[in-house]
Design a protein around this ligand. Sequence first.
Ligand code: ADP
Length: 256
Amino acid sequence: RAAPMPALDHRLGAGRYILITFRDVSQARRIDRMRSDFVANASHELRTPLASLRGFIETLQGPARDDHKAHERFLGIMHDQATRMSRLVDDLLSLSRLELKANIAPDQMVELGALLGHVRDSLQPFAADLGVEISLDLPPHPVQVAGDRDELIEVFENLVENACKYGQEGKRVEVRLSAAEGGNTEVSVTDFGPGIAPEHVPRITERFYRVNVEASRSKKGTGLGLAIVKHILTRHRARLAVKSEIGKGTVFVVKF
Ligand code: ADP
């Protein structure tokens, strides 16, 4: 931006003085664009079940007014759509809550073995419905990390739930905690499902990025799970690594 400075002209003598400042706006523009893409995506995701709800309400008020069999079926679908909207709103709130406290270091000490046991127990019925068995491999000693218990539960629930949903045909999900004396603490979640193609791997933690939108929707996905995981891990100064091979399976590793 260049601006003449007439107020200084008379004091600094003849000629005009120009103040030039440089500011790199490309980063700010990129963030603005990401923000508006996000709002557009979120609106679209909410609009789809809303449109479907409206359609069913209108059908129930009109053509299917006296069709009692249709009432039951349509109400079931409407209930599913409303549940999907609640899930999406919960995930959106989770993300915005995490963004607000992105720079606050978590301050509790959390024992990871007990936490992973809790995650396995809470997902056991869900896995059993899909015919998947979750195994848990823990070291003989307790493993503590500094963190927020509820947030870490959210991380591992997301990873194990994804491994069960998307790796379903592998029938097996392995959760392993390893902690070398004075070394790194790692948790891996392994499935033996179809895997993720290499071109998708770098993008799966983006908000609303899904390898297959219909598959994700039919598995009750919002497309926000791994974005939430990434936010929580950043706050915990931990990293997420993904190794995947088509036809063999996927390993997500959380490195503290
Ligand atoms: P979603 O709500 O769709 O599950 P996520 O953010 O949790 O969203 O995951 C993003 C996408 O990454 C999923 O839609 C799926 O395509 C892919 N994905 C995640 N975990 C796995 C996995 N274990 N195996 C194969 N694909 C996966």
